[in-house]
Design a protein around this ligand. Structure first.
Ligand SMILES: [Zn+2]
Length: 258
C-alpha cells in the first residue's frame, strides 16, 4: 500500500472492514476493470472508436446496431471482430482475481459487468451477470444453437451447423434489448438486497448500471466507487477511491487480511 496516497488509507481500511463483515456484496464493473489487463476503456461498445464516423461514413452506434446486423451484417461483424481482437491476448488482472477470490470466501457475491471480454469468468467468478453479453459466445439467429469460441479469428459470419442460419456474437448491440435471463437474475438479487455495493471502473452512464448504486444509497447501504475520474455518482457514494481497479482492490485485500 506504500505507493498509495496516505490520505486514502483511512477509507481503504473502512472499506476492508465493511467487506470483512459483508454477507451479500455486489460488484458493478466496467471497462476500467479491464484496463489493467491492457484493454482500451470504451463507452459501451462504441467509444473504442474515437472518430465520429466509421470508414463506412456512419456513426459507430449505427454500425454496431441490431438493425445493421439484419441489413448489412458484415459491418457490425467487422467492428465486433475488432473489439474481440483487442481482448484476444488479454488475461484477468488482480482486480478480476480478487473479486473471484471474495466470491469463494464470502457468503454471496455477484458481479454485474458491462464488459464483453469474459475476463471475470476467466478469473474464476461464477455468479456473473454479463449484462452486455460476451463476444466469445456465438448464437444462431434462428434456433437455440450456441457455441463458445476462444476467438473470432476465422469465425466471421459463420453459419449455424444445426439450421444453416446466420450466427452472431451474444452481445447487446445498440438498439437491442438487454438479455432477459441476465436481467432477471440481477433483479432477483437486488430484490433480496446487498449490504455492500461497489461500482468499479465505470462512468455509470447506463441507468441499469447506476440504479443499483442509487438504490443502495437510498437504503442506507454502504457504497464504494472506484474510478480514477469522478462520475455523476461520486457525490452520492459513501466512499470514492480515485484509483485504478487493481491498485484499489489489492489495497483493500491487504487491509482486510493484514
Ligand atoms: Zn440455427
Amino acid at each position: 500500500m506504500s505507493d498509495l496516497p496516505v490520505s486514502l488509507l483511512p477509507a481503504i481500511r473502512e472499506i476492508a472492514a465493511l467487506l470483512a463483515r459483508a454477507r451479500r456484496v455486489l460488484f458493478i464493473t466496467g471497462a476500467g476493470v479491464s484496463a489493467d489487463s491492457g484493454l482500451p476503456t470504451y463507452r459501451g461498445l462504441g467509444g473504442l472508436y474515437e472518430h465520429d464516423l466509421t470508414e463506412e461514413g456512419i456513426p459507430i452506434e449505427d454500425a454496431l446496431s441490431g438493425e445493421m446486423l439484419r441489413r448489412r451484417p458484415e459491418i457490425p461483424w467487422k467492428y465486433m471482430t475488432q473489439i474481440e481482437e483487442n481482448c484476444r491476448n488479454a488475461g484477468p488482472n488482480a482486480a478480476h482475481r480478487l473479486m473471484a477470490k471474495w466470491e469463494r470466501e464470502l457468503p454471496y457475491v455477484m458481479v454485474l459487468t458491462q464488459n464483453i471480454d469474459g475476463l471475470h469468468r476467466a478469473a474464476g467468478s461464477e455468479n456473473v451477470v454479463e449484462i452486455h453479453g460476451d463476444v466469445h459466445r456465438l448464437k444462431c439467429m434462428e434456433c437455440d444453437f450456441r457455441e463458445q469460441v476462444d476467438s473470432l479469428a476465422g469465425r466471421v459470419m459463420p453459419h449455424c451447423p444445426k439450421c444453416a442460419s446466420a450466427m452472431r456474437p451474444e452481445v447487446v448491440l445498440f438498439g437491442e434489448m438487454l438479455p432477459e435471463a441476465e436481467l432477471d437474475r440481477l433483479l432477483v438479487a437486488l430484490d433480496v438486497g446487498f449490504d455492500l455495493v461497489f461500482s468499479i471502473g465505470t462512468t455509470s452512464v447506463f441507468p441499469y448500471i447506476a440504479q443499483p448504486v442509487i438504490q443502495a444509497v437510498q437504503a442506507g447501504v454502504p457504497t464504494v466507487e472506484i474510478n480514477p475520474g469522478r462520475t455523476h455518482l461520486s457525490g452520492y457514494v459513501s466512499h470514492q477511491l480515485p484509483l485504478g481497479a487493481a491498485a484499489a482492490l489489492s489495497a483493500i485485500e491487504e487491509a482486510r487480511v493484514g
